[in-house]
Design a protein around this ligand. Structure first.
Ligand SMILES: O=C(O)CCC(=O)Nc1cc2ccccc2cn1
Ligand SMILES: [Mn+2]
Length: 238
């Protein structure tokens, strides 16, 4: 294995074992700065900005109709989903391979069997004061186990731009305010342990999110969904 690759892998391994795993088991969330480094980080930022300028980012959908409540007041992000093989997402793909490696190095020690993840959600808060109301990513065992968010915002100043991600760790006497800083990777449990919100953002705020699935929980969720759709079809045909 080439020297550089070996050095990179051992750096990821010590990050995983010495920092990510202890933090996830103790606090339930962890973030690291300078994850890719300046050059690769800027390449990812450039590709995300190009997606945005090409109009590829659309209003994030709501789980249920907002019945007249302004959608933006609930969830103001504009998103698109990429798997990293599309033209113009090569740098995003490099990011995803590193996050995949990092998570795979943690898996054995997290007592989870994580073998798959979602596509990458590229999100932009356009800076019009929109945010994302307090929510849990996976409140009902849909299989999502770990949320990883990579932030891309140069010279972000929360006092001026807002846009903090505030996590309300379940059962803890504190909240965690996380600035969406350039080249910062945030990892947290996707379930009810980590309700979180994006506070109103007054500057363009980019992030890339992937969710890693716990294979047992995911299989169970798929089985339940199949039963649900089968019963509802029976119901409609009877
Ligand atoms: O940008 C951040 O700091 C986090 C934003 C955030 O929580 N986004 C988000 C986006 C989601 C999109 C679909 C389904 C669930 C979702 C849960 N959370
Ligand atoms: Mn979320």
């Amino acid at each position: 294995m080439p020297f550089l690759q070996h050095a990179l892998d051992s750096q990821l391994e010590s990050l995983a074992l010495e920092q990510v795993v202890p933090a996830l088991l103790d606090r339930g969330f962890f973030y690291v700065d300078h994850f890719l480094g300046d050059i690769a980080g800027h390449m990812v930022l450039g590709q995300v900005k190009r997606m945005h300028s090409c109009g590829l980012l659309n209003d994030g959908q709501l789980a249920r109709r907002s019945h007249g409540v302004c959608r933006r007041s609930i969830r103001g992000d504009q998103i698109t989903w990429v798997n990293g093989t599309e033209i113009g997402t090569e740098a995003v793909n490099f990011l995803l391979t590193l996050i995949d490696k990092l998570i795979s190095l943690c898996v054995g020690r997290l007592g989870k069997s994580i073998r798959a993840r979602s596509k990458a959600m590229v999100a932009c808060y356009p800076g019009n004061g929109a945010g994302y109301v307090k929510h849990v990513d996976n409140p009902n065992a849909d299989g999502r186990c770990v949320t990883c968010i990579y932030y891309l915002n140069k010279n972000w100043n929360a006092k001026e731009h807002g846009g903090l991600l505030r996590i309300f760790p379940e059962g803890k006497p504190y909240v965690a305010d996380i600035e969406p800083l350039f080249d910062r990777l945030l990892i947290f449990w996707s379930d009810r342990r980590n309700p979180h919100e994006v506070q109103p953002s007054y500057a363009t705020r980019y992030a890339i999110t992937v969710w890693y699935f716990d294979s047992e929980e995911r299989a169970e969720a798929k089985r339940k969904f199949r039963d649900l759709t089968a019963n509802s079809q029976e119901g409609s045909s009877s």
